[in-house]
Design a protein around this ligand. Sequence first.
Ligand code: SF4
Ligand code: SF3
Length: 551
Amino acid sequence: MSENKMFCYQCQETAKGTGCILMGVCGKKPETARWQDLLLSVVRGVGTIQHELTKAGKSCDEQVTNFIVDALFSTITNANFDDEAILKKVANGVAIKKVLMDIAHDKGLTLPDYAETKWAGDKADYAAEANRQSILRNANVDLRSLKELTTLGLKGMAAYYEHAARLGKKDQEIVDFMCEALSIITNPNAEMGELLDNVMKTGKYGVNVMALLDAANTEAFGNPEVTSVNIGVGKNPGILISGHDLSDIKQLLEQTEGTGIDVYTHSEMLPAHYYPELKKYKHLVGNYGNAWWKQKEEFAAFNGPIVFTTNCIVPPAPTANYKDRVFTTNSTGYPGWKHIAEGADGKKDFSEVIALAKKCEAPQEIETGSIVGGFAHAQVFALADKVVDAIKSGAIRKFVVMAGCDGRMKSRSYYEEFAKALPKDTVILTSGCAKYKYNKLNLGDIGGIPRVLDAGQCNDSYSWAVVALKLKEIFELNDINDLPIFFNISWYEQKAVIVLLALLSLGVKNIHIGPTLPAFVSEGVLKVLVETFGLGTITTVEEDIERFVKQ
Ligand code: SF4
Ligand code: SF3
């Protein structure tokens, strides 16, 4: 692959629906894409050797785990555009790999030949190795597809694992599985059957990691409660915090208390308002704006500093007025933006952000009113009698899970139109930033149950699986698919991939994903997913409502 070429097809907005080859639609440059390919190859190497060591009794330590998790997370769409930061991770991974190789050799282990690196890790050779490690290295499209499906699922898994671990919840089994899965996809001789099993196992551990994060969030901050969230602004200067990391917003709220600075959430941080231990802060005043892709206009109007705790970053225009007031942390990065690292005590120091906020004007008002959310599993269980009665009486005909991501494509207006066109006796179950397509539409309620129930972030899609399993038990059904629930998932990046694989592993069938099918799912793999799980995509609003909701 030449210097100005790349190949990436991991997100829904990929060029022509097949792959970005000259420049990412997301703004990722070819060089950045190739460094990410290199980083992923180092992760595969580390995972493969660690898997052999684990089998020989030397389990994955914290340093190795942190490298694997951070490296996978930082290659998620819109997480890290900073070449320097990515290359530092490569160098760290190369060093870790060398240590692991030495340990393996000292132990007398015979490593599979694909684990024995032919590449010395020299910086001078980074570019050539990056080219050798392109996604296209796998010539067979079906094998490539299964390997990528696993890699992308692992990226989502790593993201959720990182959040849970930062709140003190860790799970060695999940880490061991990540290494095993990386080892399987590194094997150039792996066959269809083994790779397919690896994909399904990724889904199984996807359920585990979402359960782990759910436990981490609820143990640290309480169970989400029904909450009305202000979408207007106050008179104080504000800090806008985006992304998914609740440990970060907690620390920011603690450090801003009593400073006269207000804190606002953006995009996927909205659900922070639902947690008792976060909503108790009076200066957490509201949610500003919408899903990630509207950030250019919204950040310009916000006036104060912005903190990215995770994806989704949109590269700013060269003339953007907010360029000098954005900070990144965790696995995110953008060239020229200040990165806030964790201190040795595991804490972050937001004093620079706070000092900057004090010099800024209050946010400009872009909308007024409020939105309601906080219907994660515990809150839905609290309403269980009401919900069950409504199903039995026919007041609720169907639930439609519309979880996932939002994005720029015009075809995503389908989801707004679908929400509007749904019969009045249906309820939308949502989570993730997909909700911004319909959470301000005032779709009313059914006997006091709102027609849009927001469980939280994309990882809180776990709640809908828990709710479905509970309903299956209450109605004494043998099959989760006999429930009046239709899954109409909108996807964009790789967290949606792990959510999808998790739902498949729970036996959910007939899931429809859109607005388009993933480019990384080959025809052969799609055939298997359609035949085994009834996976499909969307058509028109009218047809889909007729097919899946009215029948
Ligand atoms: Fe293209 Fe998506 Fe990859 Fe960005 S993340 S380069 S838009 S496929
Ligand atoms: Fe949204 Fe990026 Fe996926 Fe967590 S913030 S759902 S797109």
